[in-house]
Write a protein that binds this ligand. Structure first.
Ligand code: FAD
Length: 375
């Protein structure tokens, strides 16, 4: 039987960050994963993730975003790797729509620097973008993208360098609270941990079933298209973009290597009953919707598909995260239900889980993410 101070179940986006924070502080920590992160079976793959501060989802995330930016910066400094690329993020949509109204609300409440454009100005300033009718645009310059696999690898390297034990291809089949400790059952052994962190992504629906918060797993698709006109590139200072249209919310990234321009639809998705049912199969209707979007709004982009991947969103009823200590199991801490917008926060959530596991509390404002809001 193995023993440790803290066990981290799931060392993908959030768990790798928690593991590194714990190891750096000298904790005796074991990280376990059913695959070998970074991998393509969960929610943290596909080259890039958007990071932005003027948060349309809710202004209460902004302090956590400030923390996340600081911690990503620390990771870059410590590893000497560039993980964050501040290309700017352009958001376009109707003034009263979810994206623009929410972004303005966060920017005003937290005095964030943004630049506003009329529909005509968008077409002038960002050649290659045909905005939807009656929309406005907001450019946030200190925003951009993170290299998703590199972030995870950097945290895992840091954790290992500080003495963390990492067990990959080791699914945790069950956990039990024994009062003073938690018992984890893997295929080969039993592990006892004084504190338990569950950061299992889409498998949280199983691992944290007793939180009794219904979470929906959605298959989502990422596409990379050829950029034959060379318009939508980082070199040409094209920003990350997110457009709210009458046909859905679409976003994409400027090309920066030979993989093309990455595009995806944020709303929609195919529900599946369990993360174990994930496949890389195509969803023709989703692809059709993305290609209708590009034909209408990014007309210089080729329709030649270079590559695609499927990925998982784990969505709570209100699309906000579940973060905290388990109401029935003191010593069990979690970040789950990240609802398709959690990667940018992974650095902060890792630090918050470290706080909870080592100090029993955190100064980070996570109260609005407590699962108690559903009881
Ligand atoms: C297509 C797509 C686009 C997205 N775009 C953005 C974006 O632009 N910006 C943004 O901020 N967020 C975005 N997100 C959301 C973000 O990527 C996720 O919220 C985040 O990556 C989830 O991290 P996680 O650590 O919870 O899950 P994961 O990184 O999937 O990690 C969970 C880990 O737990 C392991 N695991 C599960 N069960 C067990 C078990 N029983 N035993 C051992 N290990 C286990 C898994 O193998 C996995 O490695 C996007 C998501 C998708 C799918």
């Amino acid at each position: 039987m193995l023993t440790c101070d803290v066990a981290v179940v799931g060392i993908g986006g959030v768990g790798s960050a928690a593991l590194a924070h714990l190891a750096q502080a000298g904790a005796d920590v074991i990280g376990l994963d059913r695959f070998s992160p970074p991998h393509i079976h969960g929610s943290s793959h596909g080259q890039t993730r958007v990071i932005r501060m003027a948060y349309f989802e809710h202004p209460d995330y902004v302090p956590l975003l400030r923390q996340a930016y600081r911690r990503w910066n620390d990771l870059q400094q410590a590893t000497g790797r560039q993980l964050y690329f501040p290309t700017g993020v352009l958001q376009v949509g109707p003034e009263q729509g979810e994206v623009i109204a929410g972004t303005l609300r966060s920017a005003q409440q937290h005095q964030l620097a943004i630049q506003q454009f009329s529909c005509e100005q968008i077409a002038e300033e960002f050649p290659g973008v045909v905005p939807p009718e009656d929309c406005i645009g907001i450019l946030e310059r200190d925003a951009g993208y993170l290299l998703v696999a590199d972030c995870i690898q950097a945290y895992l390297d840091q954790a290992q360098a500080h003495g963390a034990t990492i067990k990959t291809d080791t699914p945790v089949r069950a956990w039990k609270h024994l009062g003073e400790t938690f018992e984890l059952q893997t295929d080969g052994e039993v592990i006892h941990a004084k504190q338990l962190i569950i950061s299992g992504g889409a498998w949280a629906t199983q691992l944290l079933a007793d939180l009794n918060v219904p979470m929906t797993i959605l298959r989502k698709h990422l596409y990379w298209y050829a950029n034959e006109a060379s318009t939508y590139t980082r070199q040409a200072q094209f920003p990350v973009f997110l457009l709210e249209t009458s046909g859905g919310i679409y976003y994409g990234f400027p090309q920066f290597d030979n993989q093309g321009v990455k595009l995806a639809r944020h709303d929609g998705g195919q529900p599946i009953a369990s993360a174990d049912q994930q496949t890389q199969d195509e969803d023709p209707a989703d692809r059709q919707a993305v290609e209708t979007f590009t034909a209408g709004h990014l007309p210089l982009l080729s329709q030649k598909l270079l590559h695609r991947q499927a990925c998982l969103y784990t969505v709570t009823p209100d699309h906000h995260f579940l973060v905290g200590t388990h109401p029935q199991h003191d010593g069990l801490h979690f970040a789950a239900g990240l609802s398709g917008h959690g990667f940018k926060f992974a650095s902060a959530l890792g630090e918050i889980l470290y706080d909870l596991a080592t100090k029993g509390q955190t100064n980070s404002p996570i109260g609005f993410l407590s699962p108690r809001r559903f009881s």
